[in-house]
Each structure stands twice: as structure tokens, then as C-alpha cells.
Design a protein around this ligand. Structure first.
Ligand code: G3P
Length: 216
């Protein structure tokens, strides 16, 4: 299972990378705005800065919603750095653009996926990654992890190479449940990754080992 960090915050990306378990980064327009990154030049520089910190895939999202705009914007983003993956929303023109990028060998991440049918379309269009938003499903009393299991099952039935990238992860249990469900990737806030470290028995055990080591 790959771990991506879901942020545009460079300090958090560096911290996750230094932990040695980071495989990539996902961003979206909201995460960029949260860091105050606005304007074409600043956005482009920020994506390049992220690519220079990590060695894996970095998703950069288009904001156009028509085929021509998505293609133009996606090609510009893909040309920035070999690690860039073009993130495309699950809309009609987005599906067409996914197929276009697939045929051109440009990697894609189909975002805002909330159903198995949408995930099937993304795979048919050749998306590199599909991003079901599990936290936002949980928010509306729908089982997000169950959707991950359903998509993994469907992709396995037909050998689709599209990787299931569990997104909108809110806490460490989401990561564990997605691992059980067979997600290829979990994209997480830094806190969900570092919370995996925690266990009180580890702390108690370590305190005892250190105390015993200090005894004559
Ligand atoms: O990867 C998608 C993610 O950024 C959405 O997360 O917490 O806004 O639902 P959230």
C-alpha cells in the first residue's frame, strides 16, 4: 500500500518525507488556497517545489470543466515535471479528457468519485488513479470504506490497472480499513499517518526498558 500525503503544505510534506514512508502527494484547489497559493505563476512554482521534495507522483488538479480547457490545462501541468499526475474531476468532459490523456501517455487521477459506477467509468477511460472520497461519504451516513471494497472487487474482476487511491481520509482507522479493503494508495493528512505510531503499551514498554537499562 502506498502512502500519499494530502496537502499543499511544504513543511508537512517534508516531515512525512523525512519519516521515510511517503510515496507521493495529492493536492486540490482547496488545499492550495489553504496555503495561500494563488495565481498561475505561484501555483506552478509550488507544484515544482513539491516535486523537488518527494520522489513519487504529485497530483495537480485542473480547474477547467470543459474538454478543451481540461486538456490544455492538463498538458501544461504535465509538462511542468515528470512526477506530475493530472487530476481531473469525474464529469462528462473529464472522462473524455481522461481517455485523451491516457492515449497520450499522461498519468491521471480521477477525483470526486463517490460511486462504483463512476469508478468503473474512470477505469474504462484508463485513469492511472481513481480517488473515492471516503470521509465525505461517511459525513453523509454512507460507508466510505465499503465503496473502496466494492471498487477493488470490480477492478480485480476485470484486471483494470487503475489504482484505487482512497481519499478524504480523516483518521488512522480509515487507513487501516482501506488497507484491509485492498486500496492501492491512501492519501492522508499528516496527522493520520503519524497517529498510526501511537500505542500506550509502546510508551509504557519503552519507559520500562529505559528504566531497566539504567539499573546497575
Ligand atoms: O483527497 C481529497 C481530499 O483532499 C478531500 O478531503 O477532508 O476535504 O474531504 P476532505
Amino acid at each position: 500500500m502506498k502512502f500519499f500525503i494530502d496537502t499543499a503544505n511544504l513543511d508537512q510534506i517534508r516531515e512525512a518525507n523525512e519519516l521515510g514512508v511517503l510515496d507521493g502527494v495529492t493536492t486540490n484547489p482547496s488545499l492550495m488556497a489553504k496555503e495561500g497559493i494563488r495565481g498561475d505563476e505561484n501555483i506552478i512554482k509550488h507544484y515544482i517545489d513539491i516535486c523537488n521534495i518527494v520522489s513519487g507522483d504529485v497530483s495537480a488538479e485542473v480547474i477547467s470543466t470543459d474538454f478543451k480547457g481540461i486538456v490544455e490545462e492538463g498538458e501544461r501541468l504535465a509538462a511542468l515535471h515528470p512526477q506530475i499526475v493530472v487530476k481531473v474531476p469525474m464529469i462528462r468532459d473529464g472522462v473524455k479528457a481522461l481517455k485523451y490523456f491516457t492515449d497520450k501517455g499522461i498519468k491521471t487521477n480521477c477525483t470526486l468519485v463517490f460511486s462504483a459506477g463512476q469508478a468503473l467509468l474512470a477505469a474504462k477511460a484508463g485513469a492511472t488513479y481513481v480517488s473515492p472520497f471516503i470521509g465525505r461519504l461517511d459525513d453523509v451516513s454512507t460507508d466510505g470504506v465499503a465503496l473502496i471494497s466494492q471498487i477493488v472487487h470490480i477492478y480485480d474482476n476485470y484486471g483494470f490497472p487503475t489504482q484505487v487511491l482512497a481519499a478524504s481520509i480523516r483518521h488512522p482507522m480509515h487507513i487501516i480499513q482501506c488497507a484491509e479493503a485492498g486500496a492501492d494508495v491512501a492519501t492522508c493528512p499528516l496527522s493520520a499517518i503519524t497517529d498510526l505510531l501511537k500505542h500506550p503499551l509502546t510508551d509504557i514498554g519503552l519507559a520500562k526498558f529505559l528504566a531497566d537499562a539504567g539499573k546497575k
